[in-house]
Each structure stands twice: as structure tokens, then as C-alpha cells.
Design a protein. Structure first.
Length: 180
């Protein structure tokens, strides 16, 4: 019973947060004029209703601590990867082994998986795309000899912790390189 109330409060908070954000957008667009407030309230309610129909509140809760850790990991990873890409680009002997790798994503299809793919696409030297045939990511990377798959696995774990998502056990993938 307590869990049901907690989830009900969470959903109500989600609805209130969305409505407040839509109203803030309206106020920003109109310069906060009082005369526009009644229309803004109606627009915020309509936008909230539409957003709830299109994307109902998720049952998971974000962990602010894990989210902060993920942000720091991302920034550090971007810095290290950016320096590595610059070093390779400026080196007279390019140490590149470009190619494709397959990564079996454990996040379920949906917004969290899409957000993880977008986050990882910001990392220099890799570009993941959805591989619908094998249910995972096909990663174009500058160096297939680097341990790209281990990096993706560690980042997926951190992302799932931040999003409050329990991941299933890792699947074994025979062979690292993709044939497609």
C-alpha cells in the first residue's frame, strides 16, 4: 500500500513538474506579461496533457549522486578521448584502425536507450547507431584495437545507475569486430 502511495506521489510530482516547465517556457516566450498568463495556463495544461499521452511518467527515479558521477565521468572521458583524437590527428604516424564494432546494449529500447546512445555519440572517436537486426549498437570507431566495448559497458552501467534502471546480466558476444 505504501509503495502505491509513493508511486502516486511520484506521478503527481511528474505532472506538476511538466506543467511548471511548460508554463516557464510560455512565460519566457511572452516576457512574463500578466495579460498572457491565462492563455499560458491553458497552453501549459494542454502541453502537459499531450506530453503525458506521448510519454507517461517512468517508474524509475533518477539518482542525483549517480547522475553527478555520470556527468563527471562524461566530462573526463570527453577530455581524455579528445586529447587522444587530437594526438592521433597531429601525429605523423596515424595510429588508426577504423572500423565497426557491435555492442549488445542491455538498456531496454526506449527513451533511456536513446539518451545513452546520444550521450555516447558525444564521445570523440566513436559513433554508435542502432543495429535493429542484432538488438544493440553498431559503433563506428577510429581505433577498433582500443577497448571500446569495455568503455561502453562501463558507461552503460553508470548511466543505468543514474537513471535508476536495473540492467540484465551482460550477454556474451563472440568476436569483437562486426562483420557488417
Amino acid at each position: 500500500m505504501a509503495r502505491g502511495r509513493s508511486e502516486q506521489r511520484y506521478r503527481l510530482a511528474s505532472v506538476a513538474f511538466r506543467a511548471a516547465m511548460f508554463l516557464c517556457v510560455w512565460l519566457a516566450l511572452t516576457g512574463g506579461r500578466r495579460a498572457d498568463l491565462p492563455a499560458g495556463l491553458l497552453v501549459a495544461l494542454a502541453a502537459t496533457w499531450a506530453s503525458l499521452r506521448l510519454q507517461p511518467p517512468m517508474a524509475t527515479r533518477l539518482s542525483l549522486t549517480a547522475l553527478a558521477r555520470l556527468a563527471l565521468r562524461f566530462l573526463w572521458g570527453s577530455l581524455v578521448a579528445g586529447v587522444d583524437v587530437a594526438r592521433r590527428a597531429l601525429s605523423p604516424r596515424l595510429m588508426l584502425a577504423p572500423g565497426l564494432l557491435f555492442y549488445p546494449v542491455r538498456l531496454p529500447p526506449g527513451p533511456a536507450r536513446d539518451a545513452f546512445r546520444a550521450l555516447m555519440s558525444l564521445q570523440p572517436g566513436t559513433l554508435p547507431t542502432e543495429d535493429d537486426v542484432r538488438d544493440g549498437f553498431l559503433i563506428h570507431c577510429l581505433d577498433t584495437d582500443a577497448d571500446v566495448l569495455a568503455v561502453f559497458a562501463a558507461e552503460e552501467e553508470a548511466f543505468a545507475r543514474a537513471a535508476g534502471i536495473a540492467l540484465p546480466p551482460a550477454r556474451h558476444v563472440p568476436g569483437r569486430r562486426s562483420d557488417g
